[in-house]
Design a protein around this ligand. Structure first.
Ligand code: NAD
Length: 430
């Protein structure tokens, strides 16, 4: 049964905690309360009816959404997910995180997020294609390479993006592939996009280790999640010589104090679908994984993993949030008391949107970069973002945490743009 948008307590919390983080950051940075007025709600939140002809000839009308949070910094940008459990509030929060992420890393986009309430696993490829094309037609003129640029998210992929680019191009009567990113290479995709988030998380971790004078090559790493982000980050750490002593996924977790061979684990996951039963490693629970004695813990699976009830058991010196929202506000307080550095998600996983930006730039000027150019630009952006946020955090947030510092830094940049654009009538500061 397909669910309608409903408010659940969990998702309300994502929106509420994002709003209170933004409010606190605005106060700490002594920015005008008018900045919060602009950021507290999406500039546009649309619900659309999406009629689709099903394979049996019947018509089904799906419900779709697009949250366009804020475009002071550039066109709205953010994923499109196909999922049965979608709420208005979670989409709003996710679009806010995109606004903060783009501003933080200096990518000239605003924040957006979209979804269609459906069960994509029960649909044929042709039905998903008709659903995708109908969604693009329903959104009409609020999409566009200079307006709003979707990307893959849960249960959407490069093929879905190619259908979107094709439908949009047909509607505007010219090839216009920059309307989406995360496309196949054959239709304007970017080399290195697939690995970009994991690669970006590696660069951020390396900089965090430098800042904390932790020798990276000797650091014992634990990674929760071995999908796109976790496995690509794991490969980078493995190549650097770091012992990866624990890896977990939905099937459970594994531990090897001497370090797991990432190449062999990748082959095992390809063959069996998950990390469970990897030969030579000790099986452990996901709870034990998060509590392993290690130097760096990288949550790269899903939200709400480090909570008020397990944060006290964490022994890592640094947590790098490759996933979106893996640490709850209660856990943040405990980790701060334990003096564990949490490198926040809006910084750690911004490598994906950064390379999406490179894809859009290449589409706009009709030229393709090679992998080395993409990776070099990505490294520059991530290193510069980490160091800017870290210096700002050290300067302003002595008594605070890096998440607050990152929010302050990002929102200050948004406030500057708002001020120049004439959106703040009493200036950007209180
Ligand atoms: P993915 O679907 O490729 O991989 C998810 C991994 O998490 C899998 O290994 C899965 O088994 C594991 N997992 C799922 N449920 C789990 C559970 N209950 N306990 C432990 N492990 C579990 O997803 P991904 O693209 O790697 O994304 C991971 C996270 O990174 C998400 O929070 C996503 O929002 C975030 N993120 C991804 C990108 C990107 O470019 N892919 C960009 C920014 C943020």
């Amino acid at each position: 049964m397909l669910s309608e948008v409903s408010k659940t307590k969990k998702e309300d919390n994502i929106l509420n905690s994002t709003l209170s983080m933004m409010k606190q950051a605005i106060e700490f940075a002594e920015l005008s309360p008018d900045v919060y007025e602009h950021l507290k709600t999406p500039m546009r939140f649309v619900e659309v009816a999406i009629p689709v002809e099903m394979d049996d000839g019947s018509t089904k009308v799906f419900t779709g959404y697009r949250s366009q949070h804020n475009n002071v910094y550039g066109p709205f940008k953010g994923g499109l997910r196909y999922h049965w459990d979608v709420t208005a509030d979670s989409l709003k929060a996710l679009s806010m995180w995109m606004t903060l992420k783009c501003s933080l890393v200096g990518v000239p986009f605003g924040g957006g997020k979209g979804a269609i309430v459906c069960d994509p696993l029960k649909m044929s490829d042709r039905e998903r294609e008709r659903l995708t094309r109908s969604y693009v037609r329903s959104l009409g003129t609020i999409l566009g390479p200079e307006i709003d640029i979707p990307a893959p998210d849960l249960f959407t992929d490069a093929q879905v993006m190619a259908w979107m680019a094709d439908e949009y191009s047909a509607n505007v009567r010219e090839p216009s592939f920059g309307v989406v990113t995360g496309k196949p290479l054959a239709v304007g995709g970017c080399v290195g996009r697939n690995e970009a988030t994991g690669r970006g998380a590696f660069f951020v971790t390396r900089e965090a280790a430098r800042a904390y004078r932790i020798p990276l090559e000797k650091s014992r790493i634990v990674i929760q999640g071995f999908g796109n982000v976790g496995s690509n980050a794991a490969k980078m750490f493995h190549d650097e010589g770091c012992p990866i002593i624990g890896v977990g996924d939905i099937s459970g977790a594994i531990f090897d104090k001497d370090g797991i061979d990432v190449g062999k684990l990748t082959a095992h996951v390809k063959e069996t679908g998950n990390v469970k039963d990897f030969p030579g490693a000790e099986p452990i629970s996901n709870e034990d994984l998060l509590a392993l004695d290690c130097d760096i813990l990288i949550p790269a699976a899903l939200e709400n993993q480090i909570t008020g009830s397990n944060a006290d058991a964490v022994k890592a010196k640094v947590i790098v949030e490759a996933a979106n929202g893996p640490t709850t506000p209660e856990a943040d307080k405990i980790l701060k008391d334990k003096k564990i550095l949490v490198v926040p998600d809006i910084l750690s996983n911004s490598g994906g949107v950064t390379v999406s930006y490179f894809e859009w730039v290449q589409n706009n000027y009709g030229f393709s970069w090679d992998l080395n150019t993409v990776n070099t630009h990505l490294e520059d952006k991530m290193v510069s973002a980490f160091n800017s946020v870290y210096s700002y955090f050290c300067e302003k947030c002595v008594d605070s945490d890096m998440r607050t510092g990152a929010y302050m830094y990002s929102i200050k940049r948004l406030a500057e743009a708002m001020q120049y654009r004439g959106w703040l009538h009493n200036g950007m500061y209180t």
